[in-house]
Design a protein around this ligand. Structure first.
Ligand code: C2E
Ligand code: MG
Ligand code: MG
Length: 726
């Protein structure tokens, strides 16, 4: 780089104020400086030259006519000229100031700077544009100081620098400030320690906090409590490792209302990479959310009934299928089509039809469990998804209930009473299909078969299921009615002492005298009665009937008999069973000691079972307790002590092959021996042969019941048996 040739300075005094304090003739401030008489003129000149050249500001000197006297190095750098000597004597105005900022000519006669060269005034401004040698303009801030000799103005020294960058920064800042204040997005700025240092108008509008209420505080004050701690931990992690975070977050307004916002936080660093601020920009997206929800509603729900539409139904079904597959559970689809709905529309008009559909949807909805989905497929077609059903009959039961529900007339607002019926087709997973399309199609097919068969009913896609389910349902309905119609009766099977053949008691066994099917044994209906809960009223009837019968026999003058009554699990779990038994005993006038209740092992799985308490209460009444079907369950003999049992009944299964089967033989012998050890009585069930009886007798079994002595008998047959045996 070439050092430009600078002009000689001799005789020139530095302008006051712009350079270091000066004692020259024109200067009235300061102490020693380059003009100090301590320096010889050559040194002084060199020093001034050095000073001028080390300045970052461009400096030039002109005479009173504006001709260049000197320029410094910064001048050359800024204007793009390279030869200082070539500039000397040229009019500086023409060199760098000949045009206005807009490019129009700028006559020297109009230039305020030029005026100072002549007139000597000081001038400072930042509104001028200078031009480089290559024709590009740049805005400047400048100072002009007069140059005097012997008190007379002989020119000026002008310094200036390019303020383009500064102006650009200022403009940017002004724009940013305008954006900051006018944007719809809330802006919050914190220091590195997350203390709020600034917020904008939108922040104030969205959150409801005034600026003064939040400055200096932690943005935590906006937290809604909806996000877990881990959420914020992740946010901070992203902020510290990635320098920013963006996402959806729920915050709380000053009035307590929570709202969703889309939030972007960024760290701001200075030129040295030090974190100086966090800037959070957020927009309130509750509106957006609302319209999203609205869209979701439109896309997935039927506008008339508010029920899920086909689209949503299919996605729920797909989801349910995944779960059912994983859990190996069953689910059912009920495809429901109203019968002759077109008639309603045609005769009463569409508004009435719509009203009816809404009412039907509401009524159906009442029957649904939480986990079920009821959807409207369109028109008069509905579909129901039943998740996790235990047996096909459950689906049939729901279908039946739905048909019953719809059978009640609908009252329309115009006063019309409308009767509707429906046809329901049922498909099951996994039996009738493995995917959405197949299951829906098969339920639909089954529905059309009902329509072909005269409507108003349900049908499974798999035909055999329809029969099985309807048989079962019919049985349940019949069973319900059997109690009212007094179709139940008790038969009594004698229990006999092994030692002397004396009748000790009888076991009451339930029978159902079905009007068409004749006498039905308990094995055919007790399980269903248990499932449906009907066993509770039925069992109550059995207890009452048996006690009344025992009392009647006593009243007839027969020797006292123990009457054994079977209890089901459902009954035992019922609250207040002991109280009810006490009532029955009181009503019938039977002493408690003549009643024995039979329970089975499976009812007593653990010692914490609340049923144990019921057993104790029964025991306290003075009622006997027997363990029925012993050996088929899992309880150990020692376990029995906790049940307060008086008697064990060896299950018929172990008696049947006595005394030939070695296994049975050992089991029966062991049960007898251990029961005796525990001080329990033992009764063997199902004794049919003399060999069996002989074995039991030999092993010390106390009592037995079985066809060998007598089948279960009608109540009337018992007295003869007793008197005969007695
Ligand atoms: P269980 O209490 O073990 O009753 C004995 C069953 O064995 C009776 O069948 C009886 O008829 C049958 N049985 C008796 N001796 C012989 C024999 O020598 N050979 C054969 N093969 N069978 C014999 P039933 O009356 O059909 O009763 C079946 C089960 O139904 C009963 O078993 C009992 O668990 C239940 N049950 C009967 N009545 C009631 C009741 O009122 N309530 C409850 N919850 N269950 C009852
Ligand atoms: Mg029994
Ligand atoms: Mg038994």
């Amino acid at each position: 780089m070439t050092t430009p040739n600078l002009p000689r300075w001799t005789g020139l005094a530095a302008p006051p104020g712009r350079f270091a304090a000066c004692q020259g003739t024109v200067c009235d401030s300061g102490t020693s400086c380059v003009t100090s008489p301590a320096l010889d003129p050559a040194e002084r000149e060199a020093l001034i030259g050095l000073l001028l050249d080390s300045s970052a500001e461009a400096i030039y000197g002109v005479d009173a006519r504006g001709r260049c006297v000197f320029v410094n190095r910064a001048f050359l750098r800024l204007t793009g000229y390279d030869d200082a000597d070539a500039l000397i004597g040229r009019r500086v105005h023409d060199l760098i100031h000949h045009r206005h900022a807009d490019g129009s000519p700028y006559p020297a006669s109009e230039c305020p700077l030029v005026r100072t060269y002549r007139d000597g005034g000081e001038l400072h401004g930042d509104d001028e544009t200078f031009w480089r040698r290559d024709g590009t303009p740049f805005p400047v801030e400048y100072w002009s100081h007069p140059l005097r000799r012997d008190g007379k103005v002989i020119g000026a020294v002008v310094s200036f620098f390019d303020i383009g960058a500064r102006l650009r920064d200022e403009a940017r800042l002004r724009q940013a400030a305008a954006v900051y204040e006018s944007t719809l997005e809330g802006v919050l700025i914190t220091d590195p320690d997350a203390n709020i240092v600034a917020v904008n108008q939108a922040f104030i509008r969205i959150t409801g906090y005034a600026e003064a209420e939040v400055i200096g505080r932690n943005p935590r004050l906006l937290a809604s409590g909806r996000q877990a701690l881990g959420f914020y931990r992740e946010m901070w992690h992203a902020l510290t490792t990635e320098g920013g975070w963006e996402g959806e977050i729920w915050n709380r307004r000053k009035n307590g209302e929570t709202y969703p916002e889309w939030l972007a936080i960024n760290g701001v660093r200075d030129g040295h990479g030090r974190l100086i601020n966090y800037v959070a920009v957020f927009s309130d997206i509750s509106r957006l959310k609302q319209s999203e929800a609205r869209l979701e509603q439109l896309a997935h729900y039927d506008p008339l009934t508010g029920l899920p539409n086909r689209l949503l139904f299919q996605s729920r079904l797909a989801h349910a299928l995944n779960i059912a597959r994983r859990r190996a559970s069953r689910l059912a689809l009920l495809y429901l089509d109203l019968d002759r709905f077109k008639n309603v529309n045609d005769s009463l008009g569409h508004p009435a039809g719509d009203e009816l559909l809404v009412a039907i949807a509401r009524r159906l909805g009442q029957r649904m469990r939480e986990e079920d989905t009821l959807a409207r497929l369109g028109g008069d077609e509905f579909i129901i998804l039943l998740e996790r059903i235990d047996a096909p009959e459950t689906a049939a039961l729901v279908a039946r209930q739905i048909l019953d529900l719809l059978a009640e007339p609908f009252q329309l607002s115009d006063g019309h009473e409308v009767f509707v019926s429906a046809s329901i087709g049922i498909s099951l997973f996994p039996e009738d299909g493995g995917d959405v399309t197949e299951l829906v199609r098969n339920a639909d097919t089954a529905m059309y078969q009902i329509k072909d068969n005269g409507r108003d009913g349900y049908r499974f896609y798999t035909e055999s299921l329809t029969h099985a389910a309807s048989a079962r349902l019919e049985l349940e309905t019949r069973l319900r009615r059997a109690l009212e119609r007094q179709e139940f009766e008790l038969h009594y099977q004698p229990q006999v002492a092994v030692a002397d053949g004396r009748v000790l008691g009888v076991e009451a066994l339930l029978r159902w005298r079905h009007p068409e099917r004749g006498l039905i044994g308990p094995d055919h209906f007790i399980p269903l009665a248990e499932e449906s809960g009907l066993i509770v009223p039925i069992g109550d009837w059995v207890l009452e009937r048996a006690c009344a019968q025992a009392r009647a026999w006593l009243d007839q003058g027969l020797p006292p008999l123990t009457i054994a009554v079977n209890l089901s699990m459902r009954q035992l779990r019922q609250r207040g069973l002991a109280g009810r038994v006490g009532e029955i005993l009181a009503e019938t006038g039977l002493e408690a000691r003549w009643l024995e209740l039979e329970i089975t092992e499976s009812m007593m799985m653990n010692r914490a079972d609340p049923a144990l308490e019921t057993l104790r209460e029964l025991k306290a009444l003075g009622v006997g307790l027997a363990m029925d079907d012993f050996g088929t369950g899992y309880s150990s003999l020692a376990h029995l002590k906790h049940f307060a049992i008086d008697r064990l009944k060896i299950d018929r299964g172990f008696v049947r092959d006595l005394p030939t089967d070695r296994g049975d033989l050992e089991i029966a012998a062991t049960i007898i021996a251990m029961a005796r050890n525990l001080g329990l009585e033992v009764l063997a069930e199902g004794v049919e042969t003399h060999e069996q009886l002989a074995f039991l007798s030999e092993r010390g079994c106390d009592a037995y019941q079985g066809y060998l002595f007598s089948r279960p008998l009608d109540a009337d047959a018992i007295p003869a048996l007793l008197t005969g045996a007695g």
